[in-house]
Design a protein around this ligand. Structure first.
Ligand code: 5GP
Ligand code: SF4
Ligand code: MG
Length: 457
């Protein structure tokens, strides 16, 4: 998911900016979009299934005036794909209203939910985010600051939260810093919270810094108040943000996503060299790494696959059949660049193997004499419990098959993954700063047994 919030000192027309910012976070989720605006104590909101541009029009944005506005784009990792699960979640309590947006996944949501339900709380959605909203409401007699602090100390997992209440814009990042959240500054002195810095560029804000792991920031006309609510956990930023999820023009925790990918491509060329005539990328997420591979190996980089830009990321389609169809719709071979050539094809990851198999097949059909698959992440062997959609171990081809078996399955002449060490180096970090659990199973916290994403249905 993607979250965004703006606090302005001068404007009440923030929702249009939030909508623009959300469009630049659209890659983080395409199922539903929503915006809530805070105006003189009242919160108005609108959310619907679909892309930001389809959900919002001028009239709706006009009706969402306010000096604080928050927005969300969703793809489901818990809870079914239904509008009742869209965000922001707006809860009304005696003192006013809170709008809450969440990126990430909790690992103890079902336990807390059981306890809350036993003590009489009623849930209207099947998302773990409602557990957070309920806890805040329950603790509200303590005041907004204490109630949020108490809540974030009870929940476990991955969360980047952007909340509006009592005239404040609040950002919280989980104690491991798994999901990203950054702060930007507007020319009028207003402040912005965003999942990725690419949205700051769009709303006209300058990147100030990232929210730290275990930090809560409270933004109002006096600026930023920072509270460290938990400094006992190790930093574990999600390495998959750099590999695949984030946009290349974002800077996350001080590292440019694009340069980390290019660097990974160079390392990949060193770790798995091959003689070939052309290096191509699986667009879009493989492009930077393919350019890096070309630079390091001296093999010319060229275009071999054309992407249809008007359909979403394949993995966001919920079932296998539509996923397979979508691959064909999404990518087509530029035959004149491929025919008679030995091709290196660089992709960011192999998850189920479906895409890679179809791509190798298509390249061979187009006349490639050899197809060498190079992957700018290590083999994905373990599910993510923290908000990236790889929940089921059975679906992860790397968890049950050796690299040689995967090579055979996808039909490539050779297959090489970057090493975890090489990947960490390309991000300029070590495994003390990063979560690499989907490669090595080293989760930064206790995780549940395999969970069903519809466990609350
Ligand atoms: P596969 O070969 O595993 O079918 O697809 C790999 C490609 O699809 C990569 O380009 C990756 O960007 C994307 N992809 C497909 N499914 C998923 C998924 O469930 N999670 C992630 N992170 N990426 C996926
Ligand atoms: Fe990211 Fe993988 Fe860790 Fe999930 S398990 S947070 S995808 S590095
Ligand atoms: Mg890809």
């Amino acid at each position: 998911c993607g979250v965004l919030g703006i606090f302005s000192k001068t404007s009440r027309n923030l929702s249009r900016r939030v909508a623009f910012g959300l469009i630049s976070l659209q890659h983080r989720g395409q199922e539903s979009a929503g915006i809530a605006a805070y105006d003189e104590g009242k919160v108005r909101h609108y959310k619907e299934m679909g892309l930001v541009q389809d959900v919002f029009n001028n009239d709706i944005l006009e009706s969402l005036k306010g000096t604080i506005s928050v927005g969300h784009v969703r793809y489901s990792t818990t809870g079914e794909s239904h509008v009742s699960n869209a965000q922001p979640l707006v809860i009304n309590y005696r003192g006013g209203s809170i709008a809450l947006t969440h990126n990430g996944n909790l690992v103890n949501a079902d336990k807390i939910r059981d306890e809350l339900e036993l003590s009489g709380s009623i849930f209207q959605t099947s998302i773990d985010t409602e557990v957070i909203a309920n806890l805040i409401a329950k603790n509200y007699s303590l005041g907004f600051k204490e109630s949020i602090l108490k809540t974030v100390q009870q929940i476990k997992g991955a969360f980047a939260l952007v909340i509006v209440c009592e005239g404040k814009l609040i950002g919280v990042r989980d104690p491991n810093g798994l999901r990203p959240l950054c702060i930007g500054k507007l020319p009028d002195g207003g402040l912005v919270l965003s999942s990725e810095s690419c949205a700051l560029d769009v709303v006209g804000a300058e990147l100030v810094r990232d929210v730290k792991n275990g930090e809560m920031v409270i933004i109002d006309e006096n600026g930023i108040e920072s509270i460290t609510y938990d400094d006992s956990k190790r930093v574990a930023h999600c390495i998959f943000e750099y590999v695949y999820f984030a946009r290349p023009d974002s800077i996350i925790d001080g590292v440019s996503v694009s340069s980390s990918r290019r660097c990974a491509g160079k390392t990949l060329a060193k770790e798995h060299p091959v003689d070939a005539d052309i290096v191509i990328a699986v667009p879009d997420s493989g492009i930077d790494a393919a350019i890096g591979f070309g630079q390091e190996s001296g093999i010319p980089y060229g275009i071999g696959l054309i992407k249809n830009k008007y359909i979403g990321r394949t993995f966001i389609q919920p079932d296998q059949e539509s996923r397979e169809l979508a691959v064909r719709l999404k990518l087509n071979v530029l035959k004149e660049n491929i025919k008679g050539k030995r091709v290196v094809v660089v992709d960011d990851s192999i998850v189920r193997g479906t895409t890679s198999r179809k791509i190798v097949d298509a390249l061979k059909n187009a006349g490639a004499t050899e197809v060498h698959m190079r992957v700018s992440s290590a083999s994905v062997k373990y599910p993510c419990f923290f908000g990236i959609d790889t929940p089921n171990r059975k679906q992860l081809v790397g968890s049950s098959k050796s690299d040689e078996e995967v090579r055979e399955l996808i039909g490539a002449d050779s297959l090489g993954y970057i090493s975890v060490k090489g990947l960490l180096e390309s991000v300029g970090k070590t495994n003390c700063d990063m979560c690499t659990a989907c490669f090595d199973g080293d989760y930064p916290m206790d995780v549940p047994e395999e969970v069903d994403k519809n466990m609350f249905e």
